[in-house]
Design a protein. Structure first.
Length: 211
């Protein structure tokens, strides 16, 4: 496995991100998460986040846009709370709450570069190229074994951690993937020219772009 410039395959010393890191607007956190390490200590899994999307309660594409429900309650919880939901009854997607407690917003972790624990990731994902292990939010959650039981968990109190080892890669902002509402908001952040980033797919239900 080769690494691109700015995305090293071997992390150095890393510090656990605390609630203060997440207590900022979702777009700011999403951009800052690019280059951060995602670790599941109980299984020896490690990956570097290369893509994340922001959502806020005044955003029509956000689950918290209309009202607070039992299902989306983790988005209103303390910053740094996991929100894991099932998309179209098929894939689990891992998010983390941001901003102020009581305001519904968060960041969807969309893709990562696998660094350690690849055998376990491969076992969960099946016979696929390593590049496809974590390239997309459903694949990432599957490879890390994340499902609805993680929703509402405070990351700092769980085996799942987000760690900062000082890497600050170049980041590109662009439209979010596969949503019909607010499709052109530039709230998808990804490490520039990184092969582990997922493919951009515009929703067929999104309005046509203005010429």
């Amino acid at each position: 496995m080769s690494a691109r410039p700015g995305v090293p395959a071997t992390p150095g010393q890393a510090a656990v991100l605390d609630a203060a890191f997440f207590a900022r607007p979702a777009p700011e956190v999403a951009e800052a998460l690019c280059g951060v390490l995602l670790a599941r200590a109980d299984e020896g899994l490690l990956a570097r986040i290369v893509e994340a999307e922001a959502y806020t309660e005044d955003d029509p594409a956000c689950h918290a846009h209309r009202r607070r429900t039992r299902a989306n309650a983790p988005l209103f919880a303390a910053p740094g709370t996991a929100y894991v939901y099932r998309s179209y009854g098929v894939h689990w997607l891992f998010n983390v709450a941001t901003g102020a407690e009581g305001r519904g917003e968060g960041v969807l972790v969309r893709a990562a570069q696998p660094l350690a624990g690849l055998e376990r990731m491969r076992a969960r994902r099946g016979a696929r190229p390593d590049r496809e292990l974590l390239r997309g939010p459903g694949r990432l959650a599957q490879a890390f074994g994340l499902d609805g039981s993680w929703s509402g968990v405070t990351l700092s109190d769980s085996p799942l951690d987000l760690l900062d080892d000082g890497l600050r890669p170049a980041v590109t902002a662009g439209p979010r993937v596969g949503i019909a509402d607010a499709a052109d908001w530039p709230w998808r952040f990804s490490v520039t020219d990184c092969p582990w980033v997922s493919r951009y797919v515009r929703s067929a239900r999104a309005p046509a772009r203005a010429r």
